[in-house]
Design a protein. Sequence first.
Lengths: 189, 768
Amino acid sequence: MRTLVVLVALLLTGVALGAEPPATFDVPALSKLLTRDQASTVRFHEQQFRKVLSAPLERSGELVFQPPEVFIRRVQKPGSEEYKLEGDTLTIQMGTRKARHLSTRDQPLLRGLMLSFQAVVSGKLDTLEPYYLLQLTGDAAQWQLVLDPRDAALKQHVKRVVIDGRESNPLRFEVTEQSGDRTVTEIEP
Amino acid sequence: MSLSARGAYLTLALWALLIACAGYIVSQKMEVGSDLRLFLPPPENRAERILLEELKEGPGTRVLLVSLSGAPQAELASASAQLAENLRPNPAFTRIENGILHTEAGTEKFAFDHRYLLTPRASGCACDPLSLRDELGQRLDELGSPAGGLAQDVLLRDPTGEIQAIIDAWLPANEPQLIDGVWFSKDAKRALLMLQTRGAGFDADQQHIAIDAIHTALAGQPSGNKIKLEITGPGAFTALLEKNTRDDINLLGIVESIGSLAFLFLVLRSLRNVVLSSLVLATAGVVALLGVLIIFKTIHGITLAFGFTLLGVAMDYPVHLMLHVDEHLPPKRCIGHVWPTLRLSIVTTCIAYMALVFTGFTGLAQLGVFTTCGLIATSVVIRYIAPSLIADHWTRNLPTWVLRVEHGPSFAWLPWIAIVIAIGAIAFSRSPLWDNNLGSLTPVPQDLQALDVTLRQEIGAPDLRYLLAVSGSNPQQVLQRDEALRSQLDDLVAKKLIAGYEQPSNQLPSIEQQLRRQRQLPDSVTLKSNLQQALAGMPFRSDSFDGFISDVEAARHAAPVTPQDLAGTALADALSAKLFAIGPETIGLITLSDVRDAAALDAWAHRAGPDVLLIDLKTMSENLVERFRARALLALSIAMLLIAALLVRQLHLRAAIAVVLPVIATVLSVVAFFNVIGVSLTLFHIVSLLLVGGLCFDYGLFFNRREESTAEHDRTRFAVMVCWVSTSFSFGLLTLSSLPVLKAIGFTVAGGVTCGFFLAYFSRHEAT
């Protein structure tokens, strides 16, 4: 009798010790999930709903990430445009026109907006801290990250950014502006 | 009866106190100017007027070029960006460019509000249906870009993109490559920045403030210590030179003062007399400063430096007085004895220095007043005050070696030989006698100059030597002419005569052009209908462009923008540097970068019309220096004649010749010496020679005066020797300086007085 109790106790202890506590799925965990070391290319499809437009504006093309700092958005339909963000410099090439350079350092608004995208793709979610309040729901299989701007200048323009994803792939970005205009970008991993 | 010892010391102490107070008050109220134009002749033509304006306010002279190197690219890029950010709010700078064009908000808003008048586009606003459609298509693309929503308002009010066209026109023609958003050199090893200071290029104080700000800003950055910072440009050179000069002068000045005082003590063997001598000199200095400040209110830095140099003559007078005192000649009687010679010396020197006043250059006039006041003060003090302060029974016994030296032989023909050799050497030498380069007044180390040329080419900063000037009777006329030249200028770039250019009309188009644009703007009804046509098939809602329509309508009735309207924006500064009035004319300056063929450019300027001028700052400034020198030498020659006349009246002819000839011989010998070794003479040499002339003249006067006894003759010899040694020592010290300017002055004076001493002694006229 006593042996049985001891054995059962040992078994239970073993079970207790062997089983890991359920992992909390928090922002650092998502960060880890999303971090990419290698270059990657995905296709995207974007729709902009704006009050000044009578129909949504559609764009589709490729998004390229070259770690650690280069993001390229290549629009292939309609027309051809390329936006390259390298560190703080944004290079815009619209069709055959002369390439234009902008520095995001001078424009915190632009930077905040670009960051919401960059941070998720590269996995460096901590860079969002100064600009947004982060709220994560769901688990590794299916998650949703909500970004509420905390920076005053950003807040004047952007109401909220919602990112939906599965596992290590962000699948949908939705940027809602204070004016009510929305941009929805869907990504094919 | 001279004062008792205690009375004398008390007087000396009071005098010292008085001088110290006066000196302090003067130095507090003194404004030291640095406007080089005080030393340049008045302009004789339009080109020279522009040159003088350029020297003072020229945009090129205020540009500092900065290079950051010695660290990995990313660090350099971030350092450059942070540097720009830190320095932008600093009032010492009016413009900072390090890569992507930075326009401050006020300027952009101004340009936006007036975009339909300021647009560089020849067609006005591209408001016909076809162009509108094209533009709208592009705006749609932009709206679809990552942050398109941010620019939405601007997009809708400016669908034809005028503000972008205006900003594009502000971009410099050739830019260095952009890496990480900042400029980098071709080999990508240096991050480059271009800064424009508020202070003038040759205002050393302002430049120091600006340069210190740059160093501080870089040092404050995390990796700031690792990065090598190099700054070039006229302002940087000025600051560097001023600091080196000041450092050297401070050090040498201290050594010289101590040395001179020690030597004087060795000679006079009396502390009281050394103090007296020093006070004489100090008084001369203070009175000289007061004289200039009362008449001119400010004093130029160069005047200050030269003035004290020339006052060196005053150092000899107390020595002459004191060394002639002996038991037969107490101080009060002695002064009566040496006074005639001293007076002659002072009067002739004053004539020479006063000649400077009559050259017409304010800078030289200041110098003349300074030295004359100083000398008059010296003479008053020596004549009336000094003798009472020397102890009654004090005398300096001559050292025995003086008595043992034989009276040397005297060769009247000696100076003639020296003169002939000197003239011969100058005639046969192939180096130029005069250095006309204005830049020699502020010589810059070679490697720094080379770096400046490199950076200037990389950044496309304005050429420092060549400028195009367009003249007209009013600003609008100049702007119109400037606009008309644009296609020809583009031609010059295409033909590679120049790498690029910047025009005043880039900053602000003429009223005529603005009105032309205005006339091309359609009225609301037409515009609305054009817009409707263009919008067909586009997803824009038709009421989205109401702002655009009302803006165009407002622009149709708006008043054109004049230069005065720009006040408060960055455009105002940029424009006023390039468009200004000189007398009744208005001049517009077109800065050029990398001029490759000046002759062809000049030919083009001639063909373009009488109102277009290529200005060669270097050649012109050399002409100015030449004219300056010619006038100065003329005035001095007249002074020489007056002096000669005076001499002949006071002394008899042979003595007069014996005094004057060695001076001429010495000056010519020094000039010949420099010429033979290949050194061209600058303003500094001329002033130094003026001092040499004065000192040798004194030697001659004393060697040739009628003496009553051998003992007196010995005393005279001793006194002049002391003067010679102390002058050689003081100026010989300057040759130790690393600065060419100070070295030149040192060699000239030390060498000159040595040569003069021996020539004067060995050619003296011994009256029988």
